[in-house]
Design a protein around this ligand. Structure first.
Ligand code: ADP
Length: 261
């Protein structure tokens, strides 16, 4: 009868809706899976590069008969550098994995941000001095905030370290800290090489580097800004970048003073 038809049409519409939902879900899963596959393939590639260099270095020492001791030393020191590089990539990956966990894993305490920044600058001073780069901190007011100290330290260190790394000899890095009743604001400004307009949207991607060889030379892994962004977002903060090639770069970070779970 008429009722049966209505039921059939209902069942049909419902089935179609479920199918559509399911298809959408599959599509989303595929996107996730693709980016995971890309990540794994990037990781493998990055981890292989130092290993390949080590193998080449070790093989060529082995194949040499009566090589002078100085040459051995040089090769061994090169191998040591590759081991350092591999270690840095693995450490950055471990930091990133920690950041990828849920925000529930944040270890929130009340932290003096002025002191935290002073300590970071103290640690980076020797690196800056090597290139005669002036590293200055300007604190406009005392700031204490509820943050995960380890993650925020990592995030801010990456930004300030980049400002030093991608600078010019005799340049400067200006770090400033300010706050209102709701947020604190970190600004990291440098007079370095800058970032091309078309790269700006990619710099937070894992392993992305504007200039791979330059970044590798100065010890970059392409993971720093991905780590920074994750840490900032976990705190429900925001990060913005402004840059002009050949003039410099500004990173602005905003973090809530009181952690909102
Ligand atoms: P890396 O380990 O290579 O420094 P990051 O994720 O920290 O990786 O940064 C990604 C890329 O963004 C860098 O390789 C560099 O090309 C660019 N970059 C980051 N910070 C700056 C900066 N302050 N000035 C110029 N370029 C920068």
């Amino acid at each position: 009868g008429y009722g049966d038809d209505a039921l059939k049409i209902n069942a049909y519409t419902e089935t179609r809706q479920i199918c559509e939902k399911f298809n959408k879900m599959l599509g989303r899963m595929k996107v996730l899976d693709d980016s995971r596959q890309e990540f794994v393939s990037n990781v493998s590639h990055e981890l292989k590069t130092p290993l390949t260099s080590m193998k080449v270095l070790a093989d060529s020492i082995n194949s040499m008969e009566d090589a002078p001791v100085e040459l051995y030393q040089e090769f061994m020191s090169d191998i040591g550098n590759e081991v350092d590089r591999e270690t840095k990539i693995i450490n950055d990956l471990l930091s990133l994995v920690k950041m990828d966990k849920s925000a529930g894993d944040l270890n929130i305490t009340n932290v003096n941000i002025n002191e935290l920044l002073e300590q970071i600058l103290k640690r980076l001073k020797p690196i800056a001095e090597k290139q005669n780069i002036e590293l200055v901190l300007e604190s406009f007011r005392p700031v204490s905030a509820d943050v995960d100290e380890v993650k925020i330290t990592l995030a801010f260190t990456n930004l300030i370290e980049n400002a030093v790394k991608y600078n010019r000899p005799d340049g400067w890095v200006h770090v400033s800290l300010n706050a209102d009743h709701q947020y604190f604001y970190l600004k990291v400004e440098d007079c370095g090489i800058g970032i091309p307009e078309e790269s700006l949207e990619h710099i937070y991607e894992r392993f992305y580097r504007v200039d791979k060889s330059h970044s590798r030379e100065i010890g970059g892994t392409g993971l720093g800004l991905a780590i920074t962004r994750s840490a900032v977002l976990m705190h429900r903060g925001a990060i913005k970048v402004f840059s002009t090639v050949g003039e410099g770069t500004i990173f602005n970070v905003r973090i809530p003073l009181n952690y909102i779970s």
